[in-house]
Design a protein around this ligand. Structure first.
Ligand SMILES: Cc1cc2nc3c(=O)[nH]c(=O)nc-3n(C[C@H](O)[C@H](O)[C@H](O)COP(=O)(O)O)c2cc1C
Length: 358
């Protein structure tokens, strides 16, 4: 029987175990560059089979929150290199999460104070955290057809920057109501061109991004995160998520990505927020890629999911923030540190690099 603590060959990557650190935005990157503390933070967590970094914007327009790092400038590449070197020195593996927030942004983050871009001109509602504190997200502008190749190029270029920075892999952020999700769901996408309307049209941008990156850096170093039914960030629910994500899985199969990472239910909330058959979606992928699951997993749930073959890998988010030695604690069935919610976003070392190990 497969075991959570067993090694796994994931595309080009030999992982020490099947426990993944989920992507976690911490908003501590002053000047949009990961700092000295980030090197310690990731090094402390290098016993994960795979670390997926916090979301890193692929271009200036991709930013939506204060002090999130980018992965598109020489300065950012250099700073991330220090992080990847530190993780590798501990024998760990690390992927960067490639992020474009689309309409979940504010004009103060956008070049020239412009409107954020999306599949639509309709606002997501809700707030984002800026230098002025929490403010409503700004009304977006729908990308023109002519601008879409530029978005794909930004993702591909960022993947190339990630390789330069020493990352072992990239995870494209196709989840949680951000740009790619804004194209996939008919609860948001109101276009009538080749990137809106039918399922095939709505899936197209994500598939073109994945194919572009796989060609540029190799499919064995490329993964994708999806969240079929999470309603977060004003995403609502697609009219037929099962058909949409079955189609996406089927179209991804020939790409043979290293992994597909699925958030089950509402991100950070109810796992049964809406009906969805994840096993059916996985069947459409046909075993072409490793299957990574996330959301509210306990030790027992993770052990069972891997043993029963329902998942190849399990990603832990909040538990990894509070437990740098999570793998060891899970192995020993030791108690976990509680999470300090007040220090999740922004601030200093407190709640970032000072959680105790066993
Ligand atoms: C502080 C915080 C920051 C997060 N940042 C990201 C992010 O940058 N990218 C992403 O895809 N998900 C992000 N998430 C979602 C987590 O990756 C994960 O899906 C969620 O916490 C549920 O997993 P868990 O129950 O193991 O914590 C974030 C969650 C938290 C709590």
């Amino acid at each position: 029987m497969p075991n959570l603590f067993d090694p796994l060959q994931l595309g080009e990557l030999a992982l020490a175990n099947r426990i993944v650190m989920a992507p976690l935005t911490r908003s501590r990157s002053k000047g949009l560059v990961p700092g000295e503390m980030a090197v310690d933070y990731y090094r402390q967590r290098a016993t994960a089979g795979l670390i997926i970094s916090e979301g890193a914007q692929v271009c200036a327009e991709g930013q939506g929150y204060l002090d999130t790092p980018g992965i598109h400038t020489p300065e950012q590449i250099k700073a991330w290199r220090r992080v990847t070197d530190a993780v590798h020195a501990e024998g760990g593996k690390i992927a960067v999460q490639l992020w474009h927030v689309g309409r979940i942004s504010h004009t103060s983050f956008q070049p020239g104070g412009a409107a954020p871009v999306s599949s639509t001109a309709i606002s997501a509602g809700g707030k984002t955290y800026t230098a002025e504190g929490f403010v409503p997200v700004s009304a977006p502008r729908a990308l023109s057809l002519a601008e879409i190749p530029g978005v794909i190029r930004a993702f591909v270029r960022a993947a190339e920057c990630a390789m330069e920075a020493g990352f072992d892999a990239v995870e494209v952020h196709g989840a949680n109501g951000y740009l790619l999700d804004q194209f996939m769901r008919d609860s948001i996408n109101d276009r009538s061109d080749d990137y809106g309307g039918s399922i095939a049209h709505r899936a197209r941008l994500t598939l073109e991004v994945m194919s572009g990156i796989a060609t540029a850096i190799g499919s064995g170093r490329t993964g994708l995160r999806l969240s079929p039914v999470t309603p977060v960030n004003g995403a609502g629910q697609d009219s037929d998520p099962q058909a949409l994500f079955n189609h996406i899985a089927q179209q991804l199969a020939p790409l043979k990505l290293a992994f597909v990472h699925v958030i089950e239910g509402q991100t950070g909330g109810a796992r049964d927020i809406a009906p969805f058959d994840y096993a059916a979606m996985r069947q459409h992928l046909g075993g072409a890629s490793a299957w990574m699951v996330n959301n509210g997993y306990t030790r027992e749930m993770a052990l069972k999911a891997v043993a029963e073959g329902r998942a190849d890998l399990v990603a832990f988010g909040r538990d990894f923030i509070a437990n740098p030695d999570l793998v060891r604690r899970l192995r020993l069935n030791a108690q976990l540190n509680p999470l300090d919610r007040a220090t999740l976003y922004g601030g200093d070392a407190k709640g970032y690099i000072d959680y105790p190990t066993l």
